[in-house]
Design a protein around this ligand. Sequence first.
Ligand SMILES: Cc1cc2nc3c(=O)[nH]c(=O)nc-3n(C[C@H](O)[C@H](O)[C@H](O)COP(=O)(O)OP(=O)(O)OC[C@H]3O[C@@H](n4cnc5c(N)ncnc54)[C@H](O)[C@@H]3O)c2cc1C
Length: 437
Amino acid sequence: MRITVLPRDDRPSGWYANLPDAPPARRLDGRQSADWVVVGAGFAGLAAARRLGELLPDKRIVLIEALRAGLGASGRNSGFIIDLPHNFDSKDMENRELNDRVTRLNRAAIDWLAGLVEKHQIQCQWRKRGKYQAAATPAGERANRPFAAWLAKMGLEHEVLGRDAVAARLGTAHFRQAVYTPNGILMQPAALVRGLAGSMPPNVDVFEESPVTDAEFGTPSRLTTPSGSITAPKIVLATNGFTDGWGFLRHRLIRIVACANLTGPLTDQQLATMGSDENWGVTPVDLGGATLRRTADNRILVRTYMRYGGNVRITATDHARARARGEASFRARWPQLGPPRFEHTWGGIVCLSRNHAPYWGELAPGVLAAVCCNGVGAAKCTIMGRAIAEWAAGVDSEIVRDMATLPKPDDHRLGPLIGAAVNLRLAWAQATAGAER
Ligand SMILES: Cc1cc2nc3c(=O)[nH]c(=O)nc-3n(C[C@H](O)[C@H](O)[C@H](O)COP(=O)(O)OP(=O)(O)OC[C@H]3O[C@@H](n4cnc5c(N)ncnc54)[C@H](O)[C@@H]3O)c2cc1C
């Protein structure tokens, strides 16, 4: 069968553009065979391939990526690795057991990644800086209350900060209030992804610039790329928002384009007005709100614009809209800095499900998958990828047990109307977000 949805690099993210040039890609050439093929070198695929390599040292594991490692969504996000239930999870605040499980899984991902960053000396601006969930409007402040109450009830470390305290730390009086949680990670995502891909166990081969364009499933399955093909009895799809193009999970996955902007480094004069916290991340309380970061190298990231990602094409119009919205968000928060000097604007593909559940398991005999990040995949997809490898290798771990109890993606029930429905929802969220935007 022909794979109908293929990744494209619309343009490199600011994170990728600021990395040193990568050595030439090793592409899948000729006819090859392996014991396992993992497709997709995002957080899920990197974790699955690494863990399979660790658990099955006598087997050949192949990881295939359509682009370069770091060019997919895992390398072009906002760089938060969030330890707590976030956004959609936290709507169900009362489900203590589910939230405990999600927190345990996220923290296991962070611990594992932290160990790998340390062991392989991956230079990715890895910092335990937590995050501010900040509200600019009375409605936003109200929306933050259940989160703060939940943190208090669970005995989780946090601070609720008023306008002056936020201004003192972040250099902006824009926010009325913020809930700060200290245990998440901030990082440079393209550097982390490239570092993970470059430090695989010796029995894992990584092929880049090798889009799988055709697949025949069987025993073994055969995957074809423009310059080669590979057979393997076991395949793991770590293809997130592209998975329906393989004929699986139709009407269950919802593709979204999310865009971000990154400035050049702030000047010393600008930095003097920026508050006491030198490296921070702000997540919005509202779906239509802006995500913000001050990076370890003193750039400002603004993620604002989202739309339905039907055909995965990210266009010049997307970039122009993302930039205009990013500029407005920046000016509203830091008028003292003057107009933002955005050096990069880019988009990436995120995958959601109606009930905010990931897919983890066996899609067909010999075809496994760890997909559907629900917008916060740095932790979730890492642990999902690790869990699918452990499950496949017969390891009975707490991670596998926790993953096995999570729900699976529901049918979104909107058929071909999904694009219009999602765009309407996002446009409404962005139009009504007011100062959260
Ligand atoms: C602008 C933006 C900001 C975000 N901010 C955050 C954040 O701060 N924190 C967070 O946790 N999440 C964030 N996300 C979401 C996060 O990036 C994703 O959840 C995460 O990257 C998903 O990881 P993954 O491995 O499942 O998928 P991906 O990273 O999408 O990896 C899938 C890979 O499969 C490859 N692939 C697909 N089809 C094929 C094929 N046919 N052949 C070969 N390869 C193929 C793709 O090229 C891709 O590299 C953000 C996303 C965006 C776009």
